[in-house]
Design a protein around this ligand. Structure first.
Ligand SMILES: Cc1ncc(COP(=O)(O)O)c(C=O)c1O
Length: 384
């Protein structure tokens, strides 16, 4: 039985509807910043429960734009080391300085104790990334910490469309993207919902929303003017991408429900494999289950483990989040201030089990069987 790492799902009726809307777009010639982009923004804002959503070209520009609005030039921004390249890179592109935060092995998010030691008069703002869709249970504390230090808080929610995190005074939790002064989402094809390429900025702050719209369109004061007031860029989302995003947004709850079901099957099966440590959302939290990360026991060679799963069982694991922490990436060497031991350990031992909106129960059971078999093999023992 073959189990792919992920799958991108457009049911036939959705493909037909998307094609008919693209045909309409081609006929009208309204190819960018039109009615579908506005609809996508309105519906996404309603889904997250925020006042404004601004559609942009990527999850990367959805980080850089708010950072430019915050005005990070020459200032220090605290960034988790366990994140994708784009998070610290956006800080640097916006002219900021990066200070890396160590990782909480329980959530793969920031270690709040380490964050407390770093935040200070030098700090302009803090970025939190909801890795794999899991929101740390410390979001309220992080918000309070930022307020106490006069810092802004930004959530890189690239992985977390529809994730819910625990929060005091919110018995049903809060959506990813609602703690920060602004937050970003990515609609890259592997994500829980996609627009092909694309991203979204969300915020309750009118000033942030207004500025973000200026930055995304070459820093122009208005769509029809040629008067540039900010150092913006072409960070617009086309109408074709907006149509695809709208279609997937209508399926988001369904996609998440299916992913949660697959994750439940893993939750039931993995206690039978005590050497494997699943990383799961906290009580009262719901992950969109973009990823199902686990930690392998120390002493297992991850490369050999994945190879055996692939070759012997036809099981492909999805990419780790992440295998090399940012402070160990050559491109960020200048910003490395020393070892971040928890990140180094969790990144070295992490594996993401296959999960998708189309995965079957049989495929999930096959993965569990494959894990048990490969774990018992001598050949995956680390050469160290
Ligand atoms: C945590 C994180 N931030 C930002 C991005 C950038 O998103 P995009 O690829 O849409 O530019 C990604 C993309 O995978 C990501 O995983």
């Amino acid at each position: 039985m073959k189990v792919p790492a992920a799958s991108i799902y457009f049911p036939p009726e959705d493909r037909a509807a998307i094609l008919s809307q693209i045909d309409e777009i081609l006929q009208t010639g309204q190819l960018t910043l039109g009615k579908y982009g506005r609809q996508f923004e309105e519906q996404f804002a309603a889904k997250i429960g925020v006042k404004h959503a601004i559609a942009v070209s990527s999850g990367t520009s959805a980080i850089e734009i708010p950072l430019r609005v915050f005005g990070v030039e020459g200032k220090e921004v605290l960034v988790p080391t366990n994140t994708f390249f784009a998070t610290p890179a956006a800080v640097l592109h916006a002219g900021g300085r990066v200070r890396f935060i160590d990782t909480d092995p329980a959530t793969l998010s920031v270690d709040i104790d380490h964050l407390r030691t770093l935040i200070g008069p030098e700090t302009a703002g803090v970025i939190v990334v909801h890795i794999g869709g899991i929101i740390t249970p410390h979001m309220d504390e992080i918000r309070a910490l930022c307020d106490a230090h006069g810092c802004w808080l930004f959530e890189d929610a690239a992985h977390a469309q529809g994730s819910i995190g625990p929060s005091n005074g919110h018995p049903d939790g809060r959506s990813a993207g609602t703690w920060g002064d602004a937050a970003s989402f990515s609609f890259y094809p592997t994500k829980v919902m996609t627009s092909g390429e694309g991203g979204m900025i969300v915020t309750n702050d009118d000033h942030m929303a207004e500025e973000a719209r200026i930055y995304r369109d070459q820093g122009k004061a208005g769509f029809l003017t040629n008067f540039h007031t900010r150092l913006g860029n072409n960070w617009r989302m086309s109408e074709v991408h907006a149509v695809i995003g709208l279609s997937q947004l209508a399926r988001l709850d369904e996609f998440i429900a299916h992913r949660n079901h697959i994750a439940d099957l893993y939750d039931e099966g993995l206690p039978g494999l005590p050497d494997i440590t699943p990383i799961r959302p906290p009580d009262n939290g719901v992950s969109c289950d973009y990823k199902y990360p686990v930690l392998l026991p120390a002493g297992v060679d991850r490369g050999a483990f994945k190879q055996r799963l692939r070759e012997e069982w036809d099981v492909a694991c999805s990419g780790e989040v992440y295998d090399v922490p940012c402070h160990e990436q050559p491109v960020f060497a200048e910003w490395r201030t020393g070892s971040l031991p928890q990140a180094e350990d969790t990144c070295a031992r992490q594996l993401c089990l296959p999960i998708s909106a189309t995965m079957t129960d049989d495929q999930t059971r096959h993965v569990l069987k494959a894990l048990a078999a490969v774990l018992s093999e001598q050949s995956v023992a680390s050469p160290r």
